[in-house]
Design a protein around this ligand. Sequence first.
Ligand SMILES: *Cc1c(COP(=O)(O)O)cnc(C)c1O
Length: 438
Amino acid sequence: MCFGTRYCGSNLTLEAALDHFIYRDGALWAEDVPVAEIAAQVGTPFYLYSTATLTRHFKLFDEALDWGPHLVCYAMKAASNQAILRTLAAEGAGMDVVSGGEYARAKAAGVPGDRIVFSGVGKTRDEIRAALEGGIRQFNVESEPEMQVISEIASSMGTQAPIAIRVNPDVDAKTHAKIATGKSENKFGIPIARAREVYAMAAKLPGLKVVGIDVHIGSQLTDLEPFELAYTKVAELTEALRADGHEISRLDLGGGLGIPYARSNEAPPLPTDYGKLIQKTVGHLGCEIEIEPGRLIAGNAGILVSKVIYLKHGEGRDFLILDGAMNDLIRPAMYEAHHDIVPVVEPEVGIEPKPYDIVGPVCETGDTFAKERLMPPLTAGDLVAFRSAGAYGAVMASEYNTRPLIPEVLVHGDQFAVIRERPSFADMINRDSIPAWL
Ligand SMILES: *Cc1c(COP(=O)(O)O)cnc(C)c1O
């Protein structure tokens, strides 16, 4: 069992740790703040992010591409709070956006248009126009009809839209089916076999400026091999397109590098090795490299802190009923995802762990975070932390069961701030409006 550093039998230094949530003096800290202190002030459940972890992960990617011109565009769909975006933008991050709302968020956080890449299979006319008006580094085009619409709108505005075409390399990302995007049966991109034809079409359309190629094969990849297959195909395509007379100066290689959700037995590749692989596969082409990591930047930079409401003895099993639920963190219900769950009070050495089913209060059996999870003995009132909850956590939350969206808190050294308030019941109810006939 590995509850924390003490249980792992190693004296993990902060530098070697994956994040800045570690046990100190018998309790879990976020950087230089005890988690329990934040819980006492903010109330549970809540998301808690570490500035030092966010910036460290960004820098790992940035440095991994130091061998050439590059821009790390944070895939902000992973965690898009304004404070998180500002933290990363201040380090020099660009943004990868997938909706008009995300584009507006990136701009509101002060990210200049020429650092924003617009991805996504269904960009609307309004979204395309807004991005052209506000400035955009490039659209990652996902289909021919979309390319025609971008051409039309840019022409009518008397401007040129920079585009990369997203190719689908037909590579198996070997990840969860719901987040694999690079197989030919997936809805994303243009089949790589048809790419030359589509680039030829792009060259003829008014209002477009072809700048490069885009690829993104999926999320939570725990092996470099699918990336290698995809990037090798992109390198071949680059040469073919250049031979056809296109100027390919930029390669957007997407995101997708996985993180260890179960720390005791997972060790996905590091950004450094990923950077070396990129250099090996496409480095010789002299292109500017863009990557779009989301999960690896935000995932281990956030935890979800929750409290045990009840310890319930069931038939042959004990349930820990938490105040956090599937509406707050949907990954276990949606992707069968594992999250390490640790007590906020560090367990005593040698304590005998017990199996618990860890559940939320929502009226669905799907509201189960873990089954027969070995934990130190816990009871009502105890705090627990879900690790690796910073990405695809808060952004996927809902108010199902009229449970308020939980607050987000950001730690920075010995300071912390609520970066999104918990709405009151009145806030939630007042969003509804009553028609005249009622
Ligand atoms: C989701 C997504 C990403 C980010 O994926 P991660 O696994 O979070 O790194 C990057 N690019 C595109 C186009 C995406 O859809």
